[in-house]
Design a protein around this ligand. Structure first.
Ligand code: SAM
Ligand code: ZN
Length: 261
């Protein structure tokens, strides 16, 4: 069943050779890496929407080192049904693992460069460029929507989910990266575990807490760059972090499962 819709007129898109077309004749070519750009130029203001390239590089290096692999498996274990949509998928680190479990997996992100990387590396999933507030996907077509570390769009999420669909989302837990914060601040604060505002029904709240051993200065800095602390930390504190050769820190995630029906 095709689930993609035309970003111009909203009708169903169907595959036709190296393109996707709608009944009104709007046509979108597949990029050579196999992804579809469904983001209209009127839907974004910036020439390069999404995260800055240096942040993307840091995230890619950190994730590919495998530190968050337990979270990836934890979320993959909780997928329900056939059609999985990974919202704001970045470079597809989580998406690709969902496809490996045999789900009919889609991922989208507003950053074309991220989607290109994802599509290049993972031929099992289908990737497209799109914004979160107008997801070019049929209403009621998704069994499980996954949402990791990205902005939330409640109305769109509820629209695309099937009546019995599931939303899986992850929050940083109260002691997430505690030892990293101790290295930066004299009195670190615990995170507030604030769930998203949603009309969906919460069915479970599970915690995944483990320790990671950051083995190199580069790994420590890549993780730091991925956090909100990277732009609100004093140069002195950053200096302290740069002096570390390795760091063992707790990672703490809260995985929330919501149901539509
Ligand atoms: C912190 S990253 C997380 C990426 C991926 N989920 C992961 O955990 O590796 C946030 C992602 O959200 C994307 N993003 C931000 N605003 C967006 C929007 N309005 N629509 C779609 N994607 C968006 C960014 O481009 C970025 O790839
Ligand atoms: Zn159309």
């Amino acid at each position: 069943m095709p689930i993609l819709t035309c970003p111009v007129c909203g009708s169903t898109l169907t595959a036709k050779e190296r393109a996707f077309v709608c009944e009104s004749g709007h046509s979108f070519d597949l990029a050579k890496e196999g992804y579809l750009n469904l983001l209209l130029s009127t839907q974004h203001r910036s020439r390069h929407p999404g995260d800055a390239p240096e942040l993307c590089r840091a995230r890619r290096a950190f994730l590919s080192a495998g530190y968050y692999a337990p979270l990836r498996e934890f979320v993959a274990d909780r997928l329900q049904g056939d059609v999985v949509l990974d919202a704001c998928c970045g470079e597809g680190y989580y998406t690709s693992a969902f496809a490996m479990r045999g789900h009919d997996t889609y991922g989208f992100d507003i950053a074309k460069d991220m989607v290109r990387l994802a599509a290049k590396a993972d031929k099992r999933s289908f990737y497209f460029v799109a914004g979160l507030h107008r997801i070019p996907v049929e209403s009621g077509s998704v069994d499980t929507l996954t949402h990791l570390f990205a902005p939330f769009a409640d109305e769109e999420f509820r629209r695309v989910l099937k009546d019995d669909g599931t939303l899986l989302t992850v929050l940083p837990g109260e002691v997430h990266l505690w030892q990293l914060k101790q290295a930066l601040y004299e009195t670190p604060y615990r995170n507030r575990e604030t769930p998203p505002q949603t009309g969906l029904t919460l069915v479970s709240k599970e915690r995944l807490r483990f320790e990671i051993d950051l083995r190199t200065r580069e790994d420590i800095l890549n993780l730091f760059r991925m956090t909100p602390y990277s732009y609100k930390t004093s140069p002195d504190a950053k200096q302290r972090l740069c002096a570390l050769e390795s760091l063992r820190t707790t990672v703490d995630f809260v995985v929330l499962t919501y149901r539509k029906g």
